[in-house]
Design a binder for this molecule. Structure first.
Ligand SMILES: Nc1nc2c(ncn2[C@@H]2O[C@H](COP(=O)(O)OP(=O)(O)OP(=O)(O)O)[C@@H](O)[C@H]2O)c(=O)[nH]1
Ligand SMILES: [Mg+2]
Length: 341
């Protein structure tokens, strides 16, 4: 219902206002009521910390009362594509978050087409949505389309590996790829900076289309513009994952304990974890969804409709094509013809 002040304001001024200034409020109320959803996928070479990071990102983190995993439950190698869904609520806003964890590649002798199961998964979600949307009951469609794929790049190579290039190129038309530099705690800050530059150059050089942050409006304030530029320069986000809580300077923090010290996942001078999480949750979630809907899903849909139309035309041509005259002397057999008795 209307807050009192607003009601009075509109009744006082109803001669001057038609009232459509309340439209944003109406949209806001409606979407809050409906709730939000977001699907995030992780992909990349095996053992780079994909499962660990998504766990640090959401499953235990945003869920404050969720207990941390004990040693036996700790993450093991992912062997198939798995989907976890959590319902998160913050200040009355509900978010249904789905994490799609994929098994890392690189263990097999032959890694050709290792991107195929992941690409197929993304296509299947599009296909399901396309079916539902074209069906009779279009209410309450469950949207499982993947809005973002965090692609893990090894910190041990010199930039991108051929498999990374192949993998990202196979996916870049289907999903928003956000590259991350895995296990950043194994690199010095200088190495992180150098690797980031090299990877950005290679992404450009190989024509890989990663997710582009939208340009900020020219009338935005300088602070915002600077933050936006910093975000763009952070690509690929250097990340550290951990499922253990350690004690650092008297505080319990999520981190990794080494003989020479502690790396803190949520310390901005140790890695870009917070930047990545803010980007995903606070600043760009809606844009990632919009690009998925307007670009990736539209491409899929157009492609589907095109091939369906082509099939119909082919079928029609086959049916109505003029029959070729049969060679003389050949007897016709079959239905609809009266043969000699
Ligand atoms: N040094 C370091 N080790 C990490 C980090 N994140 C995870 N690890 C460790 O790396 C190992 C593999 O982590 P996983 O999260 O299982 O890796 P994954 O990418 O999911 O592997 P697959 O499921 O095989 O694809 C575990 O022993 C983790 O504790 C990190 O940021 N830094
Ligand atoms: Mg895993």
């Amino acid at each position: 219902c209307w807050p009192h002040g607003e009601l009075r304001r509109f009744s006082d001024q109803d001669k001057e206002y038609v009232g459509f200034a309340t439209l944003p409020n109406q949209v806001h109320r409606k979407s809050v009521k409906k709730g939000f959803d977001f699907t995030l996928m992780v992909a990349g070479e095996s053992g780079l910390g994909k499962s660990t990071l998504v766990n640090s990102l959401f499953l235990t983190d945003l869920y404050k009362d969720r207990r941390l995993l004990n040693a036996e439950e700790r993450i093991t190698q992912t062997v198939e594509i798995t989907k976890h869904t959590v319902d998160i609520e913050e200040k009355g806003v509900k978010l249904k978050l789905t994490i799609v964890d994929t098994p890392g590649f690189g263990d097999a002798v032959n890694n050709t087409e290792c991107w195929k199961p992941v690409a197929d998964y993304i296509d299947q979600q599009f296909e399901q949505y396309f079916r539902d949307e074209s069906g009779l009951n279009r209410k309450n469609i469950q949207d499982n389309r993947v809005h973002c794929c965090l692609y893990f790049i090894s910190p041990f190579g010199h930039g991108l590996r051929p498999l990374d290039v192949e993998f990202m190129k196979a996916l870049h038309e289907k999903v928003n790829i956000v590259p991350v530099l895995a296990k950043a705690d194994t690199l010095t800050p200088m190495e992180v900076r150098r690797k980031k530059i090299k990877i950005r150059e290679e992404i450009e050089q190989y024509g890989i289309k990663i997710y582009q942050f939208p340009d900020c409006d020219s009338d935005e304030d300088e602070d915002f513009k600077q933050q936006d530029q910093e975000l763009k320069d952070s690509i690929p986000f250097a990340v550290i994952g951990s499922n253990t809580v350690v004690e650092a300077k008297g505080k319990r923090v999520r981190g990794r304990l080494y003989p020479w010290g502690i790396v803190e996942v949520e310390n901005q001078s140790h890695c870009d974890f917070i930047k990545l999480r803010n980007m995903l949750v606070r600043t760009h979630m809606q844009d990632l969804k919009d690009v998925t809907r307007e670009t990736h899903y539209e491409n899929y849909r157009a492609h589907c409709i095109q091939s369906m139309t082509r099939m119909v035309v082919k079928e029609r041509n086959r049916k109505y094509a003029p029959r070729r005259p049969r060679p003389i002397g050949q007897h016709q057999t079959g239905q609809g013809r009266t043969g000699r008795t």
